[in-house]
Design a protein around this ligand. Structure first.
Ligand code: PLP
Length: 391
């Protein structure tokens, strides 16, 4: 069975060219870039090249790139740095729809006495900038607002957010979790209000276990990983050289594929969306009226469980994901869909397709063929579904 992989917001295939780029740095060129000898030096050169490649994709300078182990670490490093730099400020602002990498940390900090404001979103997943404007004050240490949502693909107006933070925060830092945005939509730090930005390699065809924190030049930074002098004292620990080199290549390729992502990949997503809405009654798009990433489709089917759809699709080789997380034995709809006020019946029946450049029209046609009968079959098995089908 050939798999159809449409769960790219969870993780992506390592591009073969990326793998080839990193391959020599395991068994042959395994030197430590901090070593004085030529053997370490040649690795250091490749790490420098990777830093340049990441910086190019972001419109940043190489000195602003700090390699970390993952997106989660980058998010933690940014927020922890801000509260260290501003110990007198006790207010943190984020949104209700952030990834747990940000949300869990903020909620933990609220238990340690920080005032945490979680901004609301509307039914389409959009931020209310007036709520932000009212919330930011001179007690705010950091505002952390994601660039694009991993579940719905909804894109936040990051530069407008940044303007408000700068205007009202008087020194408050602005961090964005851009883990889902980088490589999918253009980002230019040279003309941005963002102070710190997180990236994760495995979301853009690099391996797992590598991330970046962009730290704008001049922004004070206190590392929470301390030890050696790596990354100009901003992240201690011997560099994961092969993965850094891989991420550099992945960023170079992401720049080259950006147009494809926003034309061909988007057209595939749009065809899938339009056709499923046509073929499956009582279906709706989560965040459909908002600006979204070109690759993401979160679609809700009433009267069915998303997990049941996923299991049946999985039997046919189709990999997607659901909007629910299984917590303590009960199926809780995702915090993102709940924050959007998506009715329970829809939130439970939501699934997410997230495409990449490796998907094809044939993949889309297969899903269009296989999914409608799956939803119908599940509706026939549920009392509300049967009632709806018989009405
Ligand atoms: N932030 C967002 C928006 C994500 O989607 C993810 C991963 O799903 C992360 C952070 C965490 O990244 P990592 O898996 O590299 O820790």
């Amino acid at each position: 069975m050939k798999e159809i992989y449409m769960d790219n917001n969870a993780t992506t295939k390592v591009d073969e060219a990326v793998f080839e780029e990193m391959r020599p740095y395991f068994c042959d060129l395994y030197g430590n870039p901090s070593s004085m000898h030529f053997f370490g030096g040649q690795v250091q050169k490749k790490v420098d090249e990777a830093r340049n490649r990441v910086a190019n994709l972001l419109g940043a300078s190489p000195e602003e790139i700090v390699f970390t182990a993952c997106g989660t670490e980058s998010d933690n490093a940014a927020i922890r740095s801000a509260i260290e730099v501003h110990p007198e400020r006790r207010h943190i602002i984020t949104t209700r729809v952030e990834h747990p990498a940000v949300l869990t940390l903020c909620r933990n900090l609220s238990k340690r006495g920080y005032r945490v404001t979680e901004l609301n979103v509307d039914g389409e997943g959009r931020l209310d900038l007036n709520e932000l404007r009212a919330a930011v004050d001179e007690d705010t240490a950091i505002v952390s607002v994601m660039w694009a949502n991993n579940e719905t693909g909804v894109v936040f107006p990051i530069e407008e957010v940044g303007k408000i933070v700068k205007e009202k925060g008087k020194g408050a830092f602005f961090h964005t979790d851009a883990v889902q945005a980088v490589g999918k939509i253009p980002i230019n730090m040279a003309a941005s209000t963002v102070d710190m930005l997180s990236i994760s390699g495995h979301k853009l065809h690099a391996p797992k276990g590598i991330g970046v924190l962009y730290v704008r030049k001049g922004v004070p930074f206190r590392p929470f990983m301390v030890g050696g002098h790596q990354e100009h004292n901003r992240r201690a620990g011997t560099e994961n050289t092969a993965a850094i080199i891989a991420l550099g290549k992945a960023c170079e390729l992401a720049g080259q594929w950006m147009e494809d992502e926003n034309t061909r990949v988007k057209a595939m997503r749009d065809r899938l969306q339009t056709t499923l809405l046509e073929l499956i009654p009582r279906s709706r798009i989560n965040g459909g009226q908002a600006e979204r990433l070109p690759n993401t489709l979160s679609i809700a089917f009433e009267f069915v469980e998303g997990e049941a759809i996923l299991m049946l699709l999985s039997e046919k080789g189709i990999c997607a994901s659901s909007g629910s997380a299984c917590t303590s034995g009960s199926l809780e709809p995702s915090h993102v869909l709940r924050a959007m006020g998506v009715p329970f019946t829809c939130a439970h029946g939501s699934i997410r397709f997230s495409l990449s450049r490796f998907n094809t029209d044939e993949d889309i046609e297969t899903i269009i063929r296989e999914l409608p009968p799956v939803v119908r079959r599940l509706r026939e098995m549920s009392p509300f579904g049967r009632e709806f089908l018989n009405a």
